[in-house]
Design a protein around this ligand. Sequence first.
Ligand code: FDA
Length: 407
Amino acid sequence: MEKEEVILIGETGLQRKSDVIVIGAGAAGMMAAIRAGKRGRSVVILDHARAPGEKIRISGGGRCNFTNIHAGPKNFLSANPHFCKSALARFTPADFIAMVDGHGIAWHEKTLGQLFCDDSAKDIIRMLLAEMRMAGAVLHLGTEVSGVEKTEAGFRVSTSEGHCEASSLIVATGGKSIPKMGATGFAYRLAEQFGLAVLETRPGLVPLTLDPGLLESIAPLAGIAAPAEIRHGRTAFREALLFTHRGLSGPAILQISSYWREGDEVVVSIEPDIDIAAHLKTAKQINGRQSPQTALGDILPKRLAQFLVEREKKISGNMADLPDKALLRLAAGVQNWVVKPSGSEGYRTAEVTLGGIDTSALDSRSMEAKAVPGLYFIGECVDVTGWLGGYNFQWAWASGFAAGECV
Ligand code: FDA
């Protein structure tokens, strides 16, 4: 954001005492500050970054996929799949849409219930800043938090700008994804300092990489996208698959990556809505002089069709030369392709962090630590991770609202 758009609400020096301190001015932290402020609580919100909501700004290709109208507990991964229910029910996509509409921000549904700004993700940041201003929340940017102590009256937070105190502390510092953007893992360390369990974290919504042999063979496919279904065990997603020069990406791969574990296989079905075997048999009957590459190229990108045929060692000649068994094998290679990724691109490009603060340590209504009254954890740092498609922001808004409602 340009400097004048940032609006340093707390420009005049760190406010020493407040009812609530929020650490992290991302999606969850800003929503918590708004809700707490509107309830008459004095709120200070701290962030080490130079601008608030940096992940909002870059999200959804710059248009922010700010919610999903179908968001429900089934769209989230967590060791306790019931934990997210209460917060999601009390702040719904319709509630966020009402806020967006109230600020006159134009939006559209792109696909699968995913809502995007018509113009820019910055509209969402401006909206949250305006709401924070109306709620009287004081924002301090460029403020490094060096430590947190429990006091008799609440919490004392030491920062690069001095210390501040509050009876409630909300931690909204996100996960480990995209360290280049300031992700620190701070929330996990703080949770451990206060004795809360933290589940193993791993990158989610991330491209998968391939071993050098397979990567070399698919190198000519880099840049090609196709509709696909990607399966891992009983979980399957139907969205686009993208071949890249590092491996596999596209929404279908990002979705399955959150379920995939090191060493697992995934099953790729390209053009899952088309019966490829039937198509090949028909092609053989009506145009036996066609090559299999051409027959497959009628429904798949040409380079992909060529790759899929050439890797079937025993397939050569025209369609008329191929027994039905060979056609079935070729079709299985297109729609039942078992791939063993060698890894993922990691936190460098992951959109989210799976795992994190164990939900059994938190109250699902308020996000308050059961063992540490007054301490709250919200957003991505908690072990609740959404699918691709606006679900993660919906969790950030809902968990932020839940804490803001209870501090
Ligand atoms: P978030 O990471 O947003 O905010 C944490 C804040 O804490 C940051 O401002 C950070 O600077 C601050 N902070 C961290 N450590 C600190 C410390 N030690 N001291 C002070 N401040 C500290 N989701 C979705 O629903 N729709 C989408 O379109 C996208 N698109 C998307 C694109 C890309 C490229 C990424 C990386 C991610 C997405 N996401 C998404 C995911 C979404 O961005 C993510 O789930 C939310 O931003 C999480 O919100 P939080 O507020 O929890 O953390």
